[in-house]
Design a protein around this ligand. Structure first.
Ligand code: MG
Length: 260
């Protein structure tokens, strides 16, 4: 990507949010489709599960619902296909079926470029964080195995922390709060009263995730690692879009010089 394009995007963001400058402290990464190439397995599992329960959810559509809670996705499809929401029991049964099927899929690989990017992020003195709607068990174990010495448990937001989930800004606002708490504990130079969206970026692959990042007021970078059109991400207000994590990694130095 042209350095000029990145420069313009940052300028536009600052103008829109009425801020003078960025002061990047932490980068909030979504997990599925950003750190792990796992969305294809989620999409497959959703499609097969809904089929099993007599409903239709095409694989591509699963990408559009990414980030929503399981219940949220089930109810949207149920309303469309049956004209009513699913009962609590149905939701539990359907979501359990989906989770079991997902667990039979191969373990998702690292997203190409993610390890290199995280290494650069750490070397820049920027704290990497994970903000995910996922409630998979042993999430931290898997993250630590693939990305050693990168993520701290007290700087993670997962399905267990949030009430609403994406596209609500809640998960990213909570991530900012967690960082604030951590910075206070670590007694870093960060003044907690001064901590604001300008200290963060969001990296997201899903339209609903982009929506959440933008609603939290944070500079939101979309990486289009799936089959959806770029417009689906840009229409939600993504400040920048890269075709891959590798491409974002290649442009990190330019970005950092504008965000630090
Ligand atoms: Mg994602």
């Amino acid at each position: 990507m042209e350095a000029e394009t990145i420069k313009k995007a940052v300028k536009r963001y600052l103008k829109q949010t009425g801020q003078d400058n960025m002061s990047l402290k932490a980068a909030m990464f979504d997990m599925d489709g950003v750190l792990f190439d796992s969305m294809k397995y989620h999409a497959y599992s959703w499609h097969q599960t809904m089929k099993h329960f007599g409903m239709d959810l095409p694989e591509w559509e699963a990408y559009m619902h990414e980030g929503r809670t399981g219940a949220g996705t089930i109810n949207i499809v149920s309303m469309r296909q049956r004209g009513h929401e699913a009962t609590k029991e149905e939701i539990d049964e359907i979501y359990k079926y989906k989770s079991n099927l997902f667990n039979t899929c191969a373990e998702a690989e690292q997203m190409p470029g993610a390890l290199e990017l995280l290494t650069k992020v750490k070397e820049s003195g920027v704290t990497p964080m994970v903000v995910t709607g996922s409630g998979q068990k042993s999430l931290l174990t898997r993250l630590n195995k693939n990305y050693p010495d990168t993520f701290r448990e007290d700087l993670m937001v997962t399905a267990f922390d949030v009430k609403y989930g994406k596209p609500n800004p809640e998960p990213y606002l909570m991530g900012m709060e967690k960082y604030k708490h951590h910075a206070k504990e670590a007694n870093t130079a960060v003044q907690d009263t001064a901590l604001s969206p300008k200290n963060f970026i969001v990296v997201e692959n899903a339209p609903l995730g982009v929506q959440a990042g933008v609603a939290a007021g944070v500079f939101t970078i979309a990486v289009n690692t799936g089959p959806i059109p770029d417009e689906a991400l840009l229409d939600q207000g993504a400040n920048l879009l890269f075709p891959s994590m590798k491409d974002l990694c290649d442009n990190w130095e330019t970005l950092l010089s504008l965000l630090k």
